[in-house]
Design a protein around this ligand. Structure first.
Ligand SMILES: [Zn+2]
Ligand SMILES: [Zn+2]
Length: 280
């Protein structure tokens, strides 16, 4: 992870602060993983079939198995990391940690509200802690991400014989925030919420299936051969992509996602929007 960060920073030093923060967060997430205990998943073997034919994801927002204790500890660690960052983030992290410590806010309620996208409860909790709801969501999501990813990883084998040529995650139904091309040029999508990846044919808009070359384009810069942004003039969406055949560093999807914020800006300036989940 550090090697990937350093190689990116050689090319784009202006990402120093943000990648410095996220590298520490991703390392803390990795360290919290082995402690995570999640109840065994009991899944009806016919369920993936039923879900696929009814175009539904495997699980709904209330069905996630979250290790509350590990997530709460990780939230505290992430607040400590954030407390050393820019003033706004630092003040937010200190205020959130204090509100948890003196029990003004309930961590379980916070995590449940995030999972179910309960904006009213999230806003109430943010007001109680005296912080912006955007930061509350960001810090909380980073703390539950390992549990979500472990859970999604345990559900993924159920989908093995069920190709999913759709632009939403077959596990949780959220949108992709990144695609990548593997060594054979095959396109895979990464879920913005549970990080599950699935293969989707190389052609066609991820979101609306548009296959017309006149209304599908991509942004590409010769200085950044590893990146591409696919845009669609039919649904006006974009998705960022990494061609792993041009990478000079280990592929860490989350790191590349953070290190391509300049591409989000470019795509938005050109009038396109991403289709990430409401809660992130
Ligand atoms: Zn997902
Ligand atoms: Zn489209």
């Amino acid at each position: 992870m550090e090697k990937t960060r350093d190689r990116i920073l050689e090319k784009r030093p202006f990402y120093g602060q943000i990648l410095g923060f996220y590298t520490q967060v991703f390392q803390a997430q990795e360290e919290s993983r082995p402690q995570g205990f999640i109840d065994p998943i009991c899944i009806d073997s016919s369920m993936p079939e039923k879900k696929c034919t009814s175009a539904m994801p495997l699980i709904g927002p209330e069905e996630w198995g979250i290790d509350q204790n590990a997530s709460a500890r990780l939230l505290e660690t992430i607040c400590d990391i954030a407390a050393t960052q820019t003033r706004e983030l630092s003040e937010t992290a200190i205020a959130l940690k204090a509100a948890i410590a003196d029990r003004r806010i309930d961590v379980k309620m916070l995590m449940d509200a995030l999972l179910t996208s309960d904006d009213d409860v999230l806003s109430l909790i943010a007001r109680t802690a005296g912080i912006h709801v955007h930061y509350l969501v960001m810090l909380t999501f980073l703390s539950i991400a390992p549990s979500i990813e472990i859970y999604a990883g345990r559900l993924a084998p159920c989908l093995e014989n069920h190709p999913h040529e759709k632009g939403y995650c077959p596990v949780c139904g959220n949108s992709p925030d990144l695609f990548f091309l593997d060594e054979n040029g095959n396109r895979h999508l990464k879920c913005c919420f549970c990080s599950h990846t699935w293969e989707m044919g190389r052609l066609g808009c991820v979101f609306c299936g548009n296959n017309d070359p006149d209304t599908r384009q991509y942004f590409f810069s010769p200085e950044e051969k590893e990146y591409r942004v696919d845009v669609c003039d039919q649904c006006h969406r974009y998705v960022k992509g990494v061609d792993t055949r041009h990478l000079d560093r280990p592929f860490v999807p989350k790191m590349e996602q953070v290190a391509t914020l300049h591409l989000d800006i470019k795509a938005r300036e050109a009038g396109y929007t991403s289709l990430t989940t409401k809660k992130l």
